[in-house]
Structure formats: C-alpha cells, structure tokens
Design a protein around this ligand. Structure first.
Ligand SMILES: NC(=O)c1ccc[n+]([C@@H]2O[C@H](COP(=O)([O-])OP(=O)(O)OC[C@H]3O[C@@H](n4cnc5c(N)ncnc54)[C@H](OP(=O)(O)O)[C@@H]3O)[C@@H](O)[C@H]2O)c1
Length: 237
C-alpha cells in the first residue's frame, strides 16, 4: 500500500489532503500538534504523530518512515504587522516551521525516494511566495524560499523518477488566520465564495498524483475565481 506522510494534517488544507489520500486507499500518517484533532484522525484510520515541527530532534523521529508521498504542508502566519514591528520570536518561529522544518523533513525523506526510484513530494507554497503583500514580509520570504527550493529540488530528483510539485495556493478557507483575526473578520474574508476550500486543494493534489509517473506537474496555482491576481485584485464584471 502506498504510504503518505502529511504535515499540518490537523486542520485546513492538510486535513483535507490526509482524508482524500485515505479515501483513495493510501496509508496516511498525519503530523500535527493538537491532540483532539489527531485523535479524530486516528478514529478515521489515519495514523497520527504528535510533534512540533520547529523541534529538529522531534523531526528526526520520522527517519524510520519510508513514505511514497510526502506532503510538506504545515505552516503558520506570523503577526500581520509592519516588518519593523514584528516580534523576533514570531520571525524565528515562522522561519522554523515554514522553511527550516520543510528542508529538514525533505532531507530525511528524499534520499530514500531517490534510492527506491519513486516518490512524490508536494510543498504547500503560496501566492505570497510569488507576489508581495504588505505586513507579511517574513511569510512572503518563507514561501518564496519554498518555491525556489521545490523547483530546484525537482531538478535533483527528476532523473531518479521522483516527482516534485509546488502548490501555489491563493486564499483558502482554513484556520490560518484564527489567532490573528476576529471571527467576524475571518467570516467576511471567506464570504461569497471568496476562498478556495481545502477539499479543492486536496482534489487537485490527488489528480496530480494520479497522473502517469512519466508526468510531473512542477507547480499548480489554485486561487478563488474572483481573486484574479496573486495579490487579490478583483476582476469583477
Ligand atoms: N489558508 C490560506 O489562505 C493559504 C494560502 C496559501 C498557502 N497556505 C499554506 O497552507 C498550509 C496549510 O495551512 P492552512 O491554511 O490549512 O492553515 P491551518 O488550518 O492553520 O493549518 C496549519 C497546519 O499546520 C500545522 N502546524 C503549524 N505549526 C506547526 C508546528 N510547529 N508543528 C507541527 N504542525 C504545525 C497545524 O497543526 P497544529 O495546529 O496541530 O500544530 C495545522 O495542522 C500552510 O503552509 C499555509 O502557509 C494557506
């Protein structure tokens, strides 16, 4: 059975991906921190591992796994403030979770895929990695780095039959802003179909995975229809 390792599987996009992969018959290992959300996944035939991706020692415990699919999805949004006012801790944590942990986990998993001559690594990047947003300089920097890493890694792994896909997501309705914006502000942000649903991203990932192994989708962009540009300019009638 194909084994998939999904980070950030306790919420939003990662949870939808974990459930879709399970529905498609894969053995799924879900990584996250929230115990209730992990227990809920366990109850749905998904093995869960509770760990803080910002802890490099905890990450090394994943070395025994040999997944065929790695979904580097976990991420966090630091405070949305002018860069000059961003607390140092926020900056370090965003870099640790959104970038360092992604590189470390990929370094743990990719050599096995190269040796076995198969595998697929997905990265949840963002439109914020490809266009500037005010008050998000560090988030943009981490996602731009993910984009560069994914595209270059693909060149290293393609000769060995391992595929690499960067998911460039626009606005998706998830828990990403739950500690940053009020419930009302989040509801307004997601009103009127102005966000992609996590299940839409999961459906795309599954379609990409199912393509013949000789086909490698280097990147796909998935945005709400009305988010006509990466930075959100509306293009309404
Ligand atoms: N929502 C959007 O509009 C959007 C757009 C573009 C890209 N993205 C990207 O999509 C990815 C998924 O985010 P989401 O939108 O689905 O948000 P979400 O609902 O907040 O999910 C974030 C996930 O990351 C996990 N996570 C965060 N910090 C972690 C840590 N230190 N250790 C382990 N797990 C950690 C969370 O798990 P725990 O809470 O259990 O720790 C959670 O499962 C992120 O990389 C985000 O940057 C989102």
């Amino acid at each position: 059975m194909t084994q998939a390792l999904v980070t950030g599987a306790t919420s939003g996009i990662g949870r939808a991906i974990a459930l879709s992969l399970r529905d498609a018959g894969h053995e799924v290992i879900a990584v996250g921190r929230q115990p209730e959300a992990l227990a809920d996944l366990e109850a749905q035939d998904i093995r869960s591992l509770r760990l803080d991706l910002a802890d490099p020692k905890a990450l090394r415990s994943l070395a025994e796994l040999e997944p065929d699919i790695l979904v580097n999805n976990a991420g966090m949004m630091p405070a949305m403030v002018n860069f000059c006012d961003l607390p140092e801790d926020d900056m370090q944590r965003a870099i640790a979770v959104n970038l360092t942990a992604v590189l470390q986990l990929t370094r743990i998993v990719a050599p096995g895929m190269r040796r076995r001559g198969r595998g697929h690594i997905f990265f949840t990047g963002s439109t914020a990695g490809h266009a500037p947003f005010p008050n998000l300089a560090v988030y943009c920097a981490t996602k731009a780095a993910i984009g560069g890493f994914a595209q270059a890694l693909r060149l290293d792994l393609a000769p060995h039959g391992v595929r690499v896909t960067e998911i460039v997501a626009g606005r998706v309705e998830s828990g990403l802003y739950k500690d940053l914006l009020s419930e009302d502000a989040r509801a307004a942000m997601y009103a009127d179909n102005s966000a992609v649903q996590p299940s839409d991203v999961a459906a795309m990932l599954l379609s990409v995975w199912k393509l013949p192994k000789a086909v490698d989708v280097a990147r796909f962009d998935i945005l709400p229809t009305h988010q006509a540009t990466a930075t959100g300019s509306q293009n309404k009638k």
